[in-house]
Design a protein around this ligand. Structure first.
Ligand code: DHB
Length: 519
């Protein structure tokens, strides 16, 4: 277990005790059970850095695990960057989940940082390709190139590698996901398993303060898509009593599960209101990218639900916009997010690049300083919707979210009254199951922000979304931002122009933001 700070040390274990802590073991982190690895990280400025780090692998984070493949975490701690010793004992801790599609996510097979996520499989995603010794190219990709679209892959591995190269500690937790089924046919990764697991992992890290390097008062959560939803939920629900019975059952460490800050890229959250929001946003485009056409009556009924829901939230827009309603939300998105996003994009182009973009996109007006356009022009520019109507609670129980709210041996259930009422699978009574409302609260950061007004929530929020991301409504992250800001929290939220699902085009800014808010 001797720790030699030699550069580019080794690829072999420093200790023979590497591996999982084992079922029923204590939750004491073994500082010696690491390997020492070296990776090269290319920063957003194009410079490449050699980082030597200690890597602890597949540590089971609960005393009574249901499935250690998922309920385990990896820890990476930088010890030397470009030949200089680094002391990370008080560094911020990036807590980066790699959940995609609410699927199971394991880091147990990773051979280094950023290599987790076996069995990820977000819709349109797939297994991540990150290899520990490969360099991370974190340079922003060109809008439209749709580079970082794999929710479980590129974007997050980039955050992790850049964090390591910035001298931060990186914790990568696995978590159970919706498709897991035991030999008796019981689904054991459905809601709220993933958030319970992530909380247990936070508790493990905090309970090992002083043994795991890093400042446990400066844990910054990160995730994309379903992982972004869970990251925002982790931020909103810190120490909420609602999760206590689940955490007890797993034998989670006795410590706080609050985090200091939350980063959420394209969070697929507020699921029970997402169908209405989707039709409000994308319902004008009836034809899906698959060529199928969404039902017009269904779309309009759902859209009406959004108006009622949005009014009930009593949110105010950022920067003095005033009450946010279904009637003014398009103007709000344009003013607060979309036009500034296009403006920043165009300002960053060369003169000829800008001229070419403007020639190809006549919906957009550029006055030399600012981009302006109409909501209808924007919608036409984005084009076909990705999902059918309803987008989330399908009448035939076919979505991933239906599976997320499965229970026992039932693989999929409705989680909205509208979905249940219109069920086509023979559901008796056509009502949601009695346990659904409580599960929704466990899965929705809006509940913790607006109803619980949770004083133990994080107070720093980094939220990002591509303007061409039609996996959910653009209002979802804007409402999350408005809810947090309404409580007085520090919110950094912007939209990436012309980027699709899973984009992370300013990872260097996120790393700098961590230094700023934790400093
Ligand atoms: C993800 C994408 C979705 O469209 C969805 O409904 C849930 C999750 C994802 O990429 O994680």
């Amino acid at each position: 277990g001797g720790i030699a700070l030699t550069a580019r040390a080794s690829s072999g274990p420093d200790s023979s005790t590497q591996g999982t802590t084992g079922t029923g073991s204590s939750l004491v982190f073994d500082p010696d059970a690491h390997t020492t690895l070296t990776t090269s990280v290319t920063g957003t400025d194009g410079t490449t850095h050699s980082v030597t780090y200690r890597f602890w692998k597949a540590i089971t984070y609960v005393a009574r695990p249901v499935d250690e493949t998922y309920q385990s975490l990896n820890v990476s701690v930088p010890v030397e960057i470009d030949g200089r010793a680094v002391d990370a004992s008080d560094a911020p801790i990036l807590f980066a989940n790699s959940v995609g599609g609410y699927m199971p996510s394991s880091v147990a097979g990773a051979t280094g940082i950023g290599g987790g996520g076996m069995g990820g499989g977000a819709p349109g995603g797939g297994a991540p390709s990150g290899t520990p010794s490969a360099s991370a190219s974190a340079a922003p990709s060109a809008p439209g190139a749709n580079a970082n679209t794999n929710a479980t892959g590129g974007a997050l591995a980039t955050n992790q590698l850049l964090a390591l190269a910035a001298g931060y500690v990186v914790v990568e937790p696995g978590a159970r996901g919706r498709t897991l089924k035991d030999s008796a046919g019981e689904y054991y990764g459905v809601a709220p398993a993933a958030i319970v697991d992530l909380k247990a992992a936070v508790r493990y890290v905090r309970a090992n303060r002083g043994r795991i390097p890093g400042n446990t008062d400066r844990i910054v959560s990160a995730g994309t898509s379903a992982g972004g939803a869970l990251s925002s939920l982790l931020g909103a629900s810190g120490d909420s009593a609602l999760y206590e019975p689940y955490l007890k059952e797993l034998g989670a460490a006795d410590a706080s599960d609050a985090v200091f800050a939350a980063g959420a890229w394209c969070p697929i959250t507020d699921l029970e209101h997402a169908d209405g929001a989707y039709e409000w946003n994308w319902g004008g485009n009836a034809v899906q990218s698959t060529g199928k056409t969404a039902d017009r009556t269904v779309s309009q009924q759902l859209k009406a639900q959004f108006a009622e829901y949005q009014a009930s939230l009593r949110l105010r827009g950022l920067n003095g916009f005033g009450p946010l309603t279904a009637r003014n939300y398009d103007a709000y998105l344009l003013r607060q997010y979309l036009e500034p996003s296009a403006t920043a994009y165009l300002a960053g182009l060369t003169d000829s690049g800008r001229a070419a973009y403007l020639a190809a996109n006549s919906f957009l007006t550029w006055d030399g300083k600012k981009a302006t356009f109409t909501w209808d022009g924007f919608l036409a520019h984005v084009g076909a919707r990705k999902k059918t109507a309803p987008a989330f609670d399908a009448f035939d129980l076919s979505t991933g979210e239906n599976n997320l709210f499965g229970a026992g041996t039932t693989p999929a259930r409705h989680f909205t009254a509208y979905g249940a009422k219109n069920d086509t699978t023979g559901l008796s009574g056509r009502r949601v199951a009695s346990d659904i409302p409580a599960l929704l609260d466990l899965m929705n950061p809006m509940y913790h922000l607006l109803t619980e007004r949770n004083p133990r929530r994080c107070k720093h929020w980094w939220i990002r979304l591509g303007t061409k991301d039609t996996d959910t409504s653009l209002t979802v992250s804007a409402n999350l931002a408005a809810a947090a800001a309404g409580l007085g929290d520090d919110v950094n939220h912007l939209y990436y122009w012309d980027q699709g699902h899973g984009a992370n085009t300013d990872p260097g800014d996120f790393i700098a933001w961590i230094a700023e808010v934790t400093g």
